[in-house]
Design a protein around this ligand. Structure first.
Ligand code: MG
Length: 162
């Protein structure tokens, strides 16, 4: 069995006209994430971490934001499609760990719901998906609530072909 690690990062701007969706869960807030899909930075960073670990591409390549059918779509779909692609190529997900970088609102009450949605979308148990949140102490574009970001690391395994 071969183990491979992948790193994902994403950042989206915040605006009053958008909904806040993180890990597939809609969170009541006065600002939301702007984007072609639902702007879910956590899902997008998960997709890039999985694609990086497996060497199967990146989110911009697989799910281009010029594609009309992705407009307003739940980013959980990107996670499901990515996991299917990994499975087709003999990869299994060992675990996913993440940081959400957001000044407000307090996100920890939503972690269980996010982990449940992500487990459902990816077909791996909830105890292999971990989420943490950090504020930026008021500093920079995230601290000033103009953006949110997510960092993800994923470990995948592949049964050796030879
Ligand atoms: Mg994105």
């Amino acid at each position: 069995m071969r183990l491979r690690v992948g790193l994902g990062f994403d950042l989206h701007r915040l605006g009053p006209e958008a909904r806040l969706v993180l890990g597939g869960v809609e969170i009541p807030h006065d600002l939301g994430l702007l984007g072609h899909s639902d702007g879910d930075v956590l899902c997008h960073a998960i997709v890039d971490a999985l694609l990086g670990a497996s060497g199967l591409g990146n989110i911009g390549l697989l799910f281009p934001d010029t594609e009309p059918r992705y407009k307003g779509m739940s980013s959980l779909r990107f996670v499901t499609e990515t996991v299917n692609l990994l499975w087709q190529n003999g990869f299994q997900i060992e675990n996913i760990d993440s940081n959400i970088l957001a000044e407000r609102p307090k996100l920890s009450p939503y972690f269980p719901a996010m982990r449940e949605k992500l487990a459902e979308a990816s077909g791996i148990p909830m105890d292999r998906i971990f989420i943490k949140a950090k504020t930026m102490e008021g500093v920079g574009e995230i601290g000033e609530q103009r953006a949110m970001a997510a960092q993800v690391i994923a470990l995948v395994s592949q049964v050796a072909a030879e």
